[in-house]
Write a protein that binds this ligand. Structure first.
Ligand SMILES: [Zn+2]
Length: 205
């Protein structure tokens, strides 16, 4: 662990701050998992070997795509950890470092690869469905005061976020993503979310 940590620190020292932070989660609806478990009436906990294998294969594919296909830029380094929790499925935290030519020089460049707005369900029905199903956070705050993220009467993750016309970087170098009032909304847990909750969509070109 010590060695791996020092390797990561050395990568940061050499290549600077990472450019993308991606959380990649295992999905119980992946056809390969469903195909095996459903006919036998098994649950995910009964076959952690299959779940972990599928997760690792898809994770490797994603990293390979990001590096080989260069969707967003030339990757010079990447690191990831895989988290296993007592409950829920494995997920990976991935850091991607680009070469200096691919770096974001302007907050507007960020909008080309990251979107924190709910897509238009008529223009992009498939994307809308996926975002609604997998990417929405909450509900919490006044809509659900018993959400596990609630600490001292407010969401510890600072949701819901405010609307913003532009992507900006604040004084502490914290990113505020563009969340325009487009009128697109999605309902989750009987709560209509008009863009306010954070969700990230990587737009693959
Ligand atoms: Zn919350």
């Amino acid at each position: 662990m010590d060695g791996l940590y020092h390797d990561c620190a050395a990568i940061c020292g050499h290549d600077g701050y990472p450019d993308l932070f991606i959380i990649f989660t295992c999905n119980s609806k992946w056809p390969e998992i469903k195909r095996l478990l459903d006919p036998l009436h098994l649950k995910l906990v009964h076959r952690p070997d299959i779940v972990c294998r599928m997760f690792k294969m898809n994770l490797d594919m994603l990293i390979k795509d990001l590096k080989k296909e260069r969707f967003f830029g030339k990757v010079v380094a990447d690191v990831h950890t895989i988290n296993f929790q007592k409950r829920s499925l494995p997920h990976a935290h991935i850091l991607i470092f680009w070469d200096s030519l691919s770096n974001f020089s302007d907050p507007k460049d960020i909008d080309k690869v990251i979107c924190a707005e709910i897509p238009n369900q008529f223009e992009h029905p498939e994307l809308y469905k996926a975002v609604k199903k997998f990417m929405l956070y909450g509900p919490c705050s006044s809509a659900n005061i018993f959400s596990p993220c609630m600490k001292e009467g407010r969401c510890s993750k600072f949701y819901p976020k405010s609307f913003a016309d532009l992507t900006t970087i604040d004084v502490e170098m914290y990113l505020i993503y563009r969340r325009r009032k487009t009128g697109c909304y999605a309902e989750k847990g009987n709560v209509a979310k008009i863009i306010a909750m954070l969700f990230l969509t990587i737009l693959l070109c």
